[in-house]
Design a protein around this ligand. Structure first.
Ligand SMILES: [Ca+2]
Length: 239
């Protein structure tokens, strides 16, 4: 009887030892990752997390994409212009169109929950002229709630972080798609900017920015009333 008990105990120990050698559990910020111990050597702890992605393919043409969580804060040249269209696109067959008006901005937003102090956001923009762009803001703080954006103005692609710091990056050609990517570092209050995959601005530090952090991603066209097209928006964070 003692031998049987000992054998069972040994079997349990072997099974437990095997399991502990096989599986590894890694938990960080409420996310759990599980993988084989044999894979450890090839794993790096660079975990990216998508906040949202948008390609504007799932909406009826000539409608505002409210069903995707987008909110039209200002309607610029009129509701009829702030719609998904299929006469332009970067991916698929559709994209978003925005058109401002003199003294009345067109601005659409989508909520962003900050799960990390390191947020990346990118998208494709096709400007037909000046005065539009996208970025991260806190919609409750009109001045110091600007957490980094890129816009097209006076023939230049520019970036801004905080209320008082704007930098010219490069000239732009109207009616051409540009891939814009930003990285906002909330610990250091800095942005990095890539245009068409090339790092153009590094560690640009805000001089006036609220510690609250962003709560929306926004896209806009302002007073010059030019049409801006947006497609393939992606927002993500790093742990
Ligand atoms: Ca698309």
């Amino acid at each position: 009887m003692k031998q049987i008990t000992l054998t069972i105990l040994l079997l349990i120990l072997i099974v437990e030892f095997s399991f502990s050698q096989t599986m590894y559990i890694y938990t960080k910020n409420d996310s759990t990752y599980q993988f084989n111990l044999s894979e450890i050597d090839s794993i790096t702890f660079s975990v990216s997390n998508i906040i949202f992605e948008e390609n504007f393919e799932s909406y009826p043409v000539n409608t505002f994409p409210a069903s995707g969580g987008w909110f039209l804060r200002y309607n610029g040249a009129g509701d009829a212009y702030q719609v998904v269209i299929n006469s332009e696109h970067h991916s698929g067959s559709q994209c978003m169109q925005i058109k401002g008006a003199p003294n009345w901005t067109a601005q659409m937003e989508k909520s962003v929950i900050m799960n990390s102090n390191l947020i990346y956001y990118e998208g494709w923009i096709k400007p037909t002229g000046n005065d539009g762009g996208f970025g991260l803001i806190n919609s409750q703080i009109p001045t110091t709630g600007n957490y980094g954006g890129v816009f097209f103005d006076q023939g230049k692609i520019k970036c801004q972080v905080g209320y008082h710091l704007t930098v010219d990056i490069q000239d732009f050609i109207p009616n051409q798609w540009y891939q814009i990517k930003l990285r906002y570092d909330h610990d250091n209050k800095t942005i990095d900017v890539w245009i068409d995959g090339v790092l153009k601005v590094q560690s640009l530090k805000a001089i006036d920015i609220s510690p609250l952090g962003p709560n929306v991603f926004y896209m806009w066209s302002e007073h010059e009333g030019n049409i801006f097209y947006f497609d393939d928006i992606k927002i993500w964070y790093e742990l």
